[in-house]
Design a protein around this ligand. Structure first.
Ligand SMILES: [Zn+2]
Length: 344
């Protein structure tokens, strides 16, 4: 055996991969969107497994409360105040110096997504954000690239593999993103590390199959797992292909990529505040949103607006999903805060 392959010997001994599969992995290029809970587990396994080029894209910094589940980070990274993509790349270089890990610290949006994924063989979803998932879906369908969706909240999570043209796309299965405040976020509902590891592990196995050319082995169901309520479900989604009048994969209308759907963010000059608004009309249920934010302390609302404070910022949310976040003029920061507390 080639000495450079020795570190992968146990993986190559598995007949599904073999030497040929390993060489394909070494030659592969993956773009990973998001380097938080799912993203760090994904990046760790892909780089250890020999994926040759991993582009890691994340807009965020590391906080102490990330360490419970974001496996590539430690207290030293928190103290250094490093961006997640950068800290992850440093850790991954120590794990496998022969892999090319490319950190990109940016907010993924419709203006940069194509550039970030166009040279990748596969796109992996490690985000916690529905808006970015729909953008990934648009870009992947448009460019005919496989991608793997994963999402976790509380004790449950789900994953599905999308091969454009061959399996249903995200919009075939979930026509629209949950309304802001509806799905809960890790900040409001919490998240357990075991579900993160399970969902990410399913995604890594799928990634290995795609990158080694074993499409015959791909999981074509939506997998749902709840580790607290002991539920494991496989939901047949294959029949949806061609049956759903999907705007994305059937009509090739890429509404998220073209900015017809999605959020719109503006810095409010001189007010140290940013307004985040949603293009897709929504009607927030303040009672539910207030309940999900209860743990943060005082949340007050009336018919017209809901207000709460957190992390030193003041949030004012309107019934149509628009929010003004006071205490920052940084639009990326505001979008992160919006996603964190209100939803996607
Ligand atoms: Zn579709």
């Amino acid at each position: 055996m080639d000495a450079s392959l020795e570190r992968y010997s146990r993986q190559m001994r598995f007949p599904g991969i073999g030497e040929e599969g390993q060489r394909r992995l070494l030659d592969s290029h993956v773009t990973l969107c998001g380097c938080g809970a799912l993203g760090t587990v994904l990046a760790n396994a892909l780089v250890r497994g020999g994926v040759g080029h991993l582009r890691l894209v994340d807009r965020d910094f590391i906080e102490l409360n990330n360490l419970q589940r974001q496996v590539l980070f430690d207290e030293h990274d928190v103290a250094e105040n490093l961006p997640k993509a950068e800290a992850a790349a440093r850790k991954l270089a120590a794990i496998n110096s022969s892999a090319y890990v490319e950190p990109v610290v940016t907010d993924i949006d419709r203006t940069n997504i194509i550039e970030l994924v166009k040279d990748a063989y596969l796109i992996l979803d490690g985000t916690d954000n529905f808006e970015i998932r729909y953008l990934i879906n648009d870009a992947a369908v448009k460019l005919a690239k496989p991608w793997i969706y994963g999402g976790c909240i509380g004790s449950h999570g789900q994953t599905m593999t999308i091969l454009p043209g061959e399996t249903p796309c995200l919009r075939c299965v979930f026509e629209a993103a949950p309304a802001p405040g509806e799905a809960g976020t890790c900040e409001t509902a919490g998240v357990l590390a075991p579900i993160v590891n399970i969902v990410a592990s399913f995604q890594v196995a799928e990634a290995f199959k795609i990158l080694t050319g074993r499409h015959d082995r791909i999981n074509r169901d939506l997998i749902y797992v709840d580790v607290w309520d002991n539920i494991q479900r496989r939901i047949k989604i294959a029949p949806l292909l061609g049956k759903v009048d999907c705007p994305c994969c059937r009509h090739r209308r890429f509404a998220w990529l073209e900015g017809e759907l999605g959020s719109h963010t503006t810095s409010l000059c001189g007010r140290n505040a940013v307004q985040v608004s949603h293009r897709n009309a929504t009607q927030l249920n303040f009672q539910e949103l207030a309940r999900s934010l209860e743990s943060l302390g005082q949340v007050s609302y009336n018919r017209f607006l809901l207000r709460f404070d957190s992390d030193g910022y003041e949030f004012t949310v309107f019934p149509d999903g628009r929010a003004i976040i006071k205490g920052t003029s940084d639009v990326d920061r505001a979008r992160t805060l919006y996603a964190k507390y209100i939803g996607h």
